[in-house]
Design a protein around this ligand. Structure first.
Ligand code: TRP
Length: 433
């Protein structure tokens, strides 16, 4: 199975992702979160990479970050709202938050003019992000205007290989080079929260749809390749390997570790053994020290970025929710009355006839209306539970749910659009406009 972020894919069996790509199940770490987002509780976020580091930082009030990006190529629909909600949730829980408007990607991959990227970035994405609760302590930027980011992208491109880009994205001899550059820019987005100007190495989570995992894997690889040292536990001590670090750098690293109190620091040609770094906490400490050392020597000391994966929403017409099919989605800027009409016409889990539905009950697991309620329109778990039971037992008919969902989507959009106008006035607080 190949996940292509630019193609239309439907992922019917998420569990495959666990085995094939090494994504971990979110359910296992859910109990550690005191006030999980509804997406978390409701298993809409189903997988993660390295989220434990993010949670640990959140709990111990250490620095951590959240970042994601949007290509300004059309309307933001409820799928995009999910990413925004996740960014905002992490920001409220202490994360330094970063949002990229991927204008370099939109320009090079979709041929959208810079002017249009700018306008769409603000009108469609940024206003909604602020309206949903993003706060000015975070950072919103356009890729093309962020020069330290562009420098980082260039550095990462030194570690990137054409062969891997072609394996991951199917790039060929015909692919325009700027498309490849935009992939490097996206990796730069993901690692940008960890550069020195942004506070240095730290756990950073990237909430994405599961089709974006290729970017995460590539960036985790690049992050590793940029490291100068590799810290490993070896039996009952910690070993520090120099990856392309010359012997001078190894010697300075050894002295650095001694300055932090280690006494049994043994030097070898390409590595150092810290014999008195015993116990599980010591690996973490040496790891952190070595990241600091690396940064002090002009390196990056990147941690591999963490990620969260959420389920896609089904389109209102069945199939995938797609930005190119207006009847399949609800955009955050669309007319609330039109949106309500779309909901009234949406595919449900209802049966062929009323009689049959009373007898057999509905199929909420196939119902786009139920999904709307679950993902966006009900913060009441009890209500959802009752809806599910009444539907399955044949007590509740589709009309009831449709009317409720239509009314709520209308209210939500009216409110959101009012908030967007308030956000427009506040753009200067975010360094925009
Ligand atoms: N490529 C993403 C898209 O197709 C946008 C994006 C740019 C992004 N930079 C990112 C996503 C960093 C996550 C993290 O919409």
């Amino acid at each position: 199975m190949k996940l292509d972020p630019w193609g239309a894919v439907s992922i019917d069996d998420y569990s495959k992702l666990f085995d094939e790509f090494g994504i971990s199940s979110f359910e296992e770490i859910l109990p550690q979160i005191d006030d999980p987002h509804p997406y978390m509780k409701r298993h809409i976020i189903f997988g993660h990479r390295d989220y434990q580091h993010v949670l640990d930082a959140m709990k111990s009030r250490k620095p951590f970050g959240v970042m994601s990006g949007f290509m300004p190529s059309g309307k933001v629909h409820l799928g995009g709202k999910m990413v925004m909600d996740e960014i905002i949730w992490h920001q409220k829980h202490g994360a330094d938050a970063f949002v990229a408007i991927a204008d370099m990607e939109a320009h090079s991959v979709r041929g959208i003019s810079w002017e249009k990227c700018q306008k769409m970035g603000i009108e469609e994405y940024i206003l909604s992000l602020i309206a949903l609760g993003f706060e000015p302590s975070g950072h919103i930027y356009f890729q093309s205007k962020n020069y330290p980011l562009r420098d980082l992208g260039f550095e990462l491109a030194i570690a990137g290989r054409f062969s891997e880009l072609s394996a991951i994205y199917g790039f060929s001899g015909e692919t325009n080079v700027a498309h490849m550059v935009s992939v490097m820019m996206q990796s730069a987005d993901i690692l940008n929260p960890q550069i020195e100007a942004n506070g240095g190495p730290k756990p950073v989570v990237i909430p994405v749809g599961s089709d974006q995992d290729a970017h995460i894997r590539l960036t985790r690889d690049l992050a590793y390749r940029m490291r100068k040292f590799l810290v490993e536990k070896r039996g009952d001590y910690v070993s520090v390997r120099g990856k392309a670090a010359g012997s001078d750098l190894i010697e300075s690293a050894a002295i650095y570790l001694e300055e932090f109190g280690y006494q049994k620091v043994k030097r070898y040609e390409e590595h150092i053994d810290v014999r008195d770094a015993t116990g599980p906490q010591e690996v973490l400490r040496v790891e952190e020290l070595m990241r600091g050392f690396e940064v002090s020597r002009g390196g990056y000391g990147f941690m591999p970025p963490a990620s969260l994966y959420h389920r896609f929403m089904t389109g209102l017409t069945g199939g995938k929710m797609s930005s190119s099919k207006p009847e399949s989605h609800i955009a955050l800027t669309e007319d609330p009355k039109e949106a309500a009409k779309k909901v009234m016409k949406a595919v449900t889990g209802g049966r062929q006839s009323l009689a049959e539905q009373k007898k057999l009950g509905g199929e909420p697991e196939k119902c786009t209306i139920y999904e709307l309620m679950l993902f966006h329109l009900s913060d009441d778990d009890q209500e959802l539970q009752e809806t599910l039971e009444e539907c399955k037992s044949g007590k509740r008919m589709c009309g009831t749910c449709k009317k409720l969902a239509a009314e709520r989507i209308k209210l939500f959009l009216e409110e959101h659009q009012r908030e967007r106008e308030i956000a427009r006035e506040r753009l200067p607080e975010f360094g925009l406009g």
